[in-house]
Design a protein around this ligand. Structure first.
Ligand SMILES: [Zn+2]
Length: 310
């Protein structure tokens, strides 16, 4: 009898403990049920926002990872998402030329736009002889997230924005940021070790997405197929690339999954170079669902190709 009572008492107590754990105290109930609505322009920002915000944010990415980030045209559902959002995270630097009209049309004065590339050390596109620069703005090449050191800077902007909108979870956001920075550092170290021993580091780029990745991991971009998004390169430009690849014995041509494979294939066919398909957007290829998966995938594919083909 005593034993039964004892057990019952304990199970009621533990039931209370479980309930207390699930139910937040009064006042924070609405907050806990309503995560901050956040809209981001491209999938890499969705991953970073979710890493920091966890359960306290609900993130919608306008691009899914299969579209061209420069020539994207917003859908009606994007406008709805932006109207509902409290924060909009963008890369900036002229990447999302289509975003300012979207924000203007949404007409929501309380929406805060966070430009995550602020403070990143810019790399300028070469205005080379074959058709000028890739992007409208002269702010520099906008593919800053392809260097993990820049992602650390972007992460700080995102954490700061979440803390300002929701100061009640400051400690959680800061802890998540610290945990992710550790992972980021670990992956960077691993990839730097992998790329250290490469003897040939040269490749032809599809579009100018890779200067930050190349700088961090010491790859060398020796030519670019498509300097301007949505514009076909000239026959003269292609011919000079083919000659360069043959003359300098370049082994690797990068093709991007978001762009047509036709020109990289033409280049590979006319030379002895091999194609490596990469993605600058998480989710573009199988096994690239997160930023860290994508970074690892791109660097390892490139390193493997440079090593095995040489
Ligand atoms: Zn691009």
């Amino acid at each position: 009898m005593f034993l039964v009572n004892h057990v019952r008492k304990w199970s009621i107590l533990s039931l209370f403990a479980v309930l207390a754990g699930f139910l937040p105290p009064f006042g924070t109930l609405a907050e806990a049920r309503d995560p901050i609505p956040v809209v981001v322009t491209i999938p890499v920002l969705k991953d970073l926002a979710e890493q920091i915000g966890g359960q306290y944010v609900r993130v919608t990415s306008l691009l899914s990872g299969y579209e061209n980030e420069h020539t994207y045209s917003p859908k009606p559902t994007d406008l709805v998402a932006v109207r509902k959002a409290r924060l909009l995270l963008e890369i900036g630097m002229g990447l999302e030329v289509w975003v300012s009209s979207l924000v203007k049309n949404a007409g929501d004065q309380s929406l805060r736009v966070i430009t995550t590339s602020q403070g990143v050390e810019l790399i300028r596109d070469d205005a080379d002889a074959h058709g000028g620069t890739h992007h409208e703005g002269e702010a520099g090449n906008p593919h800053v997230w392809l260097d993990p050191e820049n992602v650390a800077i972007m992460l700080r902007h995102i954490t700061q924005a979440f803390i300002e909108v929701d100061p009640g979870h400051t400690a959680e956001y800061q802890a998540n940021q610290a945990a992710y920075l550790r992972q980021l550092g670990q992956v960077q170290k691993e990839l730097l070790e992998r790329t250290q021993r490469l003897s040939d580091r040269r490749f032809i780029a599809h579009h100018p997405a890779w200067p930050y990745l190349a700088k961090r991991f010491s790859f060398e971009i020796v030519g670019t197929i498509q300097m301007q998004s949505g514009t076909e390169p000239s026959a003269l430009h292609l011919q000079s690339l083919i000659e360069k690849v043959r003359r300098e014995n370049i082994k690797v041509v990068v093709s991007e999954v978001q762009l047509s494979r036709r020109l990289p294939e033409l280049l590979a066919r006319e030379t002895k170079a091999h194609i490596v398909v990469l993605t600058a957007m998480p989710g573009g290829l199988a096994g690239t669902g997160t930023y860290l998966d994508m970074l690892r995938y791109d660097v390892l594919q490139l390193a493997d190709a440079l090593e095995t083909i040489s």
